[in-house]
Design a binder for this molecule. Structure first.
Ligand SMILES: C[S@@+](CC[C@H](N)C(=O)[O-])C[C@H]1O[C@@H](n2cnc3c(N)ncnc32)[C@H](O)[C@@H]1O
Length: 312
């Protein structure tokens, strides 16, 4: 049987500690991904509503959780519904959706207020290593980068259609790429000769602009910026956080793991604003980062930072 690669969850124990997981309480994993955080919540006896906009993530996690928690050892009866029937309260359920629609998704799931909500932002290993999805500058896949295949615009569409200035704006705004201008210019001249369709074609154009290679691959930042633009990542997060706060019970925990400055700034400002408004207490006075050992085992963890707040 083919071995299925598992996404290594970042700050796993730390996130679960800040979520304050207790048996039978409800946790919303708004980015369920490969199911690592969700599985640990279940092992600690919590109930999980897992959400992901990527149907492949839902499929992988469905299998993982079905093995880890085939039927609820903490099975309980729910509240009577309108017909007077008492539906079972499930230990876990997964829904494909965008966390920008968090309140609607939670309504659809019929689970009510949550004791903790987790956002573990960014991509999974499954998305990065996929030969089809186009997230990695190392792959020869079409430049796609949609986490949700129902989205209309791919990275190739942006590369083909945006002006030099618009590309420059995306590369600077979303990933502070220092060579944004010459890279944008190189893309515009390359596409006049031949459309840029694959990850490797784009990576080769960026490598030529850089000439010298540093510690990280020269295409890293441009790929990150395109991914953020294709998936509208920052706007989705801005829409989701206020909904998450409304969905939490008093005392419930909001935990967010970010992987770049743009995301972290949104989380930080949200916590600060709502703490000043007396709606939550910031629990992480300083950002929490993975230790050296975790970064050695999982290099993807190097840019992670966690913040948490408790609803008042
Ligand atoms: C870093 S992974 C989560 C990994 C997960 N915590 C685990 O332990 O396996 C991030 C996931 O969030 C999903 N995602 C990103 N933006 C999303 C959004 N706006 N709505 C729903 N899911 C999103 C991605 O598809 C990806 O699967």
């Amino acid at each position: 049987m083919a071995k299925i690669l598992r996404h290594t969850p970042v700050l796993l124990q730390t996130a679960i500690k800040y979520l304050n997981v207790k048996p039978n309480q409800l946790y919303i994993d708004a980015t369920v991904g490969g199911g690592g955080h969700a599985e640990l919540i279940l092992q600690k006896g919590g109930r999980v509503l897992g959400i992901d906009c990527d149907p492949e993530a839902i499929e992988i996690t469905q299998k993982r959780l079905a093995q880890a928690c085939p039927d609820s050892p903490f099975f309980q009866k729910g509240e009577p519904n309108e017909q007077g029937r008492v539906p079972p309260k499930k230990q876990w359920q997964l829904i494909k959706g965008n966390f920008a629609d968090l309140e609607n998704i939670v309504k659809q799931a019929g689970v009510g207020q949550a004791d903790g909500i987790l956002f573990d932002l960014g991509t999974t290993a499954h998305q990065l290593i996929s030969k089809r999805r186009g997230f990695s500058f190392r792959s020869n896949a079409p430049l796609d980068m949609r986490m949700d295949p129902d989205l209309n615009v791919t990275a190739a569409d942006l590369i083909a259609a945006l002006s030099e200035n618009e590309l420059y704006q995306i590369f600077t705004k979303f990933s502070q790429e220092q060579l944004a201008r010459p890279i944008a210019r190189a893309i515009v001249s390359a596409r006049k000769i031949k459309p840029i369709k694959t990850c490797q074609e784009l990576a080769a154009i960026i490598e030529k602009v850089y000439q010298k290679r540093g510690r990280i691959h020269p295409a890293t930042k441009v790929f990150q910026a395109l991914r953020i633009a294709v998936n509208d990542e920052l706007n989705n997060l801005k829409k989701a956080l206020p909904q998450a706060l409304r969905l939490l019970k008093k005392g419930g925990m909001l935990v967010a793991i970010s992987f770049h400055e743009g995301e972290d700034r949104i989380v930080k400002n949200f916590l600060k604003k709502n703490s000043q408004a007396g709606k939550l207490e910031i629990i992480t006075k300083n950002i929490i980062r993975p230790d050296e050992e975790e970064i050695i085992i999982n290099p993807r963890a190097r840019s992670a930072c966690l913040r948490a707040g408790q609803k008042i």
